[in-house]
Design a protein around this ligand. Structure first.
Ligand code: ADP
Ligand code: MG
Length: 445
């Protein structure tokens, strides 16, 4: 049962969803609380908690509570339609190998028909009975008919996409199969990919004696609430219940930080590079702060009037499966890299924790792309896994771009495939499905 409270129109407006009912459209919960089964979309069988502000996806099942939500997408705009379209596109897009097979078949079939006809003619001319001549001609046809070539290729593409999606990897095109079989390395973004991407504000160090901690958090959150970055969310969350101020001229610099004008003051929040660029050089760091970086925490600075006023220590959790996933990839002779916009100490620490051999830090979006170009120019082929706006160029550049399902839309748009369940272990299954992976498995039998 459904009814519509604000609008009569069953398309946009407010929708009431009762337990046991399928969520009909995409939306954002306005009120109510419930657990929702999203396994149809994500493959994850555990119910997901939804409260005010949560996004819900059309096609999922409301389990326990009543949810009132505002419809945000209908028809072709919904997540489910997007997935269906991506699968259809993938199945329609012919990979290179299939085009090659089609070309071969195009020449092969007429050639076989001609040879078969010539065979019949040859036998007849040499005085063989008609029946014998026809039988021989048909034998040529049966033996040479290349239907296996023409049929097996699209079938194997279909099998690959279907099996990959059952393992939580949604593939956008047939070419991915070929590219996945040539991989020499895997590059991971740090925040949101190796880590879960739900960081929390752990500590605030105030360097300016004229302001207190609460005020610093209020100022920072007033700016950060305008940012889509997970660091912004962490700071905004920490300011719950505090007064927030109006900010004008907000600007985000991808991979560096954010800035905004508040009470006539231009406030900058970001990493060390961002501070230096805005003439608020971070000169001496106290030992406590360095220790946080060594632990893998992200350190973000806040400055105005060319002076750093406070330091925010932000901590994210490493995905539980990351260590095992990296280990499996290394076992497949793949080189592993971590690449991040964060500073060197933090990035190195996370790399060490999950066993990644190569760490590249303080990388801007364009640097991430360049690193991949460089590896590929030297004959390598890499899979890039990432989630952010800052990963989009790299995801496009890599042989295989793999976006996290929780990632930004632009990451998913730029990538060739999506890790729907955000489970890094799916990478191993995915690579094993590729022809090279199958070979390796066959050889090890
Ligand atoms: P990653 O490559 O690990 O995903 P990003 O490139 O998104 O990281 O960010 C790099 C660095 O830029 C962060 O570690 C942080 O220091 C700074 N930064 C980015 N966005 C913000 C923000 N909204 N607020 C403060 N600092 C930010
Ligand atoms: Mg990221």
């Amino acid at each position: 049962m459904s009814f519509y409270t604000l609008h009569d129109c069953p398309i946009f407006g407010v929708h009431l969803n009762i337990p046991g009912e399928k969520v009909p459209l995409d939306g954002v919960v306005i009120s109510g609380e419930s657990e929702v089964d999203e396994s149809l979309i994500t493959g994850e069988s555990r119910p997901v908690m939804k409260t005010s502000g949560s996004r819900i996806i059309g096609g999922s099942m409301n389990l326990y509570g009543t949810l009132i939500f505002e419809v945000t997408a209908t028809g072709k705009e919904t997540v489910l339609s997007g997935i269906i379209k991506a699968v259809e596109d993938a199945q329609n897009k012919k990979p290179h190998i299939q085009r090659l097979a089609d070309r071969i078949v195009g020449v092969f079939v007429p050639a076989v028909l001609i040879i078969s006809a010539l065979t019949v003619a040859f036998y007849l001319l040499n005085g063989a009975p008609v029946q014998r001549a026809l039988m021989t001609g048909i034998s040529v046809l049966v033996i040479a008919c290349p239907c296996s070539l023409g049929l097996a290729t699209p079938l194997s593409v279909l099998m690959f996409t279907t099996m990959a999606s059952s393992k939580g990897v949604l593939i956008k095109g047939g070419d991915v199969i070929e590219n996945a079989s040539r991989l020499t390395g895997v590059i991971f973004d740090k925040t949101g990919t190796i880590t879960i991407g739900r960081p929390v504000l752990k500590e605030v160090v105030v360097l300016d004696n004229n302001i207190n901690k609460e005020h610093v958090i209020s100022l920072a959150a007033s700016i950060e609430r305008l940012s889509e970055h997970s660091i912004g969310h962490a700071i905004t969350e920490a300011a719950k219940g505090l007064e927030l101020f109006n900010v004008s001229e907000f600007r985000a610099t991808t991979g560096k930080g954010v800035e905004g004008t508040l009470d006539g003051k231009r406030i900058f929040i970001g990493n060390r590079i961002f501070m230096n660029e805005n003439n608020s050089g971070v000169t001496s760091l106290n030992e406590d702060i360095l220790q946080f970086e060594r632990n893998g925490d992200t350190v973000v600075y806040m400055a105005w009037d060319k002076t750093v006023r406070a330091v925010f220590i932000i901590s994210d959790i490493i995905r539980s499966e990351a260590l095992e996933a990296v280990d499996k990839l290394k076992g497949m002779d793949l080189e592993t890299f971590i690449i991040s916009g964060d500073n060197k100490t933090t990035t190195d620490s996370i790399a060490l924790a999950v066993g990644i051999n190569n760490a590249i830090s303080e990388a801007l979006p364009v640097n991430k792309k360049e690193v991949i170009e460089d590896i590929q120019n030297r004959g390598g082929n890499v899979l890039m896994a990432g989630d952010g706006i800052n990963d989009a160029p790299a995801l496009t550049e890599a042989s295989v771009g793999m976006a996290m399902g929780r990632g930004t839309d632009i990451a998913m748009e730029s990538a060739d495939a999506v890790l729907v369940r955000n489970d890094l272990k799916s990478l191993e299954f995915f690579i094993q499905l590729s022809p090279q992976g199958q070979w390796q498995q066959a050889l090890s039998l």
